[in-house]
Design a protein around this ligand. Structure first.
Ligand SMILES: [Zn+2]
Length: 429
């Protein structure tokens, strides 16, 4: 295995230092390092962060390989600076057995670009009727720790309670897609002034907040860990802040698109902006940014949701909800959180690597950049700017809400256990 000597990288945005990667680990960090036989990378002006960890990725395999595969999604992830992604369970077949999660895990190993960590379904077939084989998935080769019916809410409170109790046995966590389904029948966008004006059925903030409030009470009652997916409203941030102050073991994520975009995007009826939960208001965006900055929201997660052209380039009402996220996530966080002064680069490392890895109990990721640690890291150029061209994306799908938008930052290199998966901004396999 070749070794790499990275010269002059700013670790977590601090002073320049050299990093020597050898045998899959960080062998040394210091000034003016030299190493015979190592490939030298000039990282002047680049920032080094621990490899990013996504808690929420839809890779679509098995079942919708026309939209994404584990391999194409892994490539998109590596190009975005990720070294581990969690593959959501709403595939076809659903990842509700040890067999399916092991299949996804093996496909990730074969692609070899990021660690693909399968999420197991909470209920059989995502039907919300009875619990899936949670223990068998936890004991499988995929070692599942995160369970979610994402796309669908575990709306039955008794079933949610049983899931929370069950995963305690192996230190798992239930990741809830918080949406009270009886409040969102036929919903197309955020319920407010704009939905009324556009004539689209609204998805009220209360449908998310009611489930989060219920679930933090359940998690506290049974003493279990709860994770809330893609928090999208100011009220949700308030409930989470209240729950954390009471000592509830709850964590939460926000997506890049909810940190940047609002329901104003729906005005052109372009379905690329249709997503679940929907884009909210300016006030919600502000609350989400501050919630992420103060740690009420623990992590950024992409909810990368590739869709085939026929599922997205149609009328708004018929279009599937969801948007791409892996390749632009870091740029959106730089744009919305770093350049606004809300987070420094150490904060970005915390919210995009350290905390998501901790929530998923993922050893080997989200570790400090220090000698002896696994060499999972990303080098980014914060001064670069570029315009997003969907045709240039590695994802098999093209439903990027950032098409034509100029964004800051560029991922220059990504290393997975000392092996470059991206160099000079290009995927290595
Ligand atoms: Zn979801």
């Amino acid at each position: 295995m070749s070794s790499y000597l990275i010269k002059g990288a700013r670790v977590l945005g601090g002073d320049p230092a050299d990093l020597l990667l050898r045998d899959g680990r960080i062998a040394a960090i210091g000034e003016s390092l030299s190493a015979t036989g190592a490939e030298v990378l000039d990282a002047t002006g680049l920032i080094a962060l621990p490899g990013l960890v996504d808690l929420h990725t839809h890779l679509r395999e098995p079942g919708r390989e026309d939209a994404e595969t584990v391999e194409t999604g892994s490539r998109a992830a590596a190009l975005g600076g990720f070294t581990a992604v969690h593959a959501m369970a709403n595939t076809d077949p659903v990842a509700d057995t040890a067999g399916v999660v092991e299949q996804v895990w093996r496909l990730g190993q074969e692609a070899g670009l990021v660690d693909v960590v399968p999420v197991g379904a909470v209920t059989v077939g995502l039907r919300g009727e009875r619990l899936a084989e949670l223990g068998a998935m936890a004991d499988s080769a995929a070692r599942v720790r995160v369970f979610s019916d994402d796309g669908i809410c575990v709306s039955d409170p008794a079933l949610m309670r049983r899931a929370l109790e069950y995963v305690k046995a192996f230190d798992g966590v239930v990741a809830q897609h918080a949406e009270e389904p009886r409040l969102t029948v036929g919903a197309q966008m955020h319920e407010g002034d704009r939905s009324a004006k556009l004539g689209l059925t609204g998805w009220p903030a209360a449908a998310e907040e009611a489930i989060i409030a219920r679930d933090v009470l359940l998690a506290q009652h049974v003493g279990a860990r709860l994770h809330v997916c893609h928090v999208s409203t100011a009220g949700s941030v308030e409930i989470l802040r209240w729950a954390k102050a009471r000592g509830v073991d709850v964590t939460a994520e926000v997506t890049p698109h909810h940190l940047l975009l609002t329901d104003a995007c729906a005005e052109g009826y372009d379905p690329v902006f249709k997503v679940n939960p929907p884009l909210r208001t300016d006030g919600d965006v502000t609350a989400l940014r501050h919630g992420l900055a103060d740690g009420t929201i623990d992590a950024v997660a992409t909810d990368h949701a590739p869709h085939a052209v026929e599922d997205k380039e149609c009328e708004w009402a018929q279009a599937r909800p969801g948007m791409l996220g892996l390749e632009q996530a870091l740029a959106i966080v730089q744009d919305t959180m770093v350049e606004t002064g809300l987070l420094d680069w150490a904060g970005v490392a915390d919210r995009m690597s350290v905390r998501p890895a901790a929530i998923a109990r993922l050893a080997g990721h989200g570790r400090p950049l220090a000698p002896g640690e696994p060499a999972n890291l990303v080098l980014l150029d914060p001064a670069a700017r570029s315009v997003v061209d969907p045709a240039a994306l590695a994802s098999r799908s093209r439903n990027s809400p950032y098409a034509g938008r100029e964004l800051p930052g560029r991922v220059v290199a990504t290393f997975l256990r000392g092996v470059p998966t991206v160099l000079d901004g290009k995927a290595q396999r």
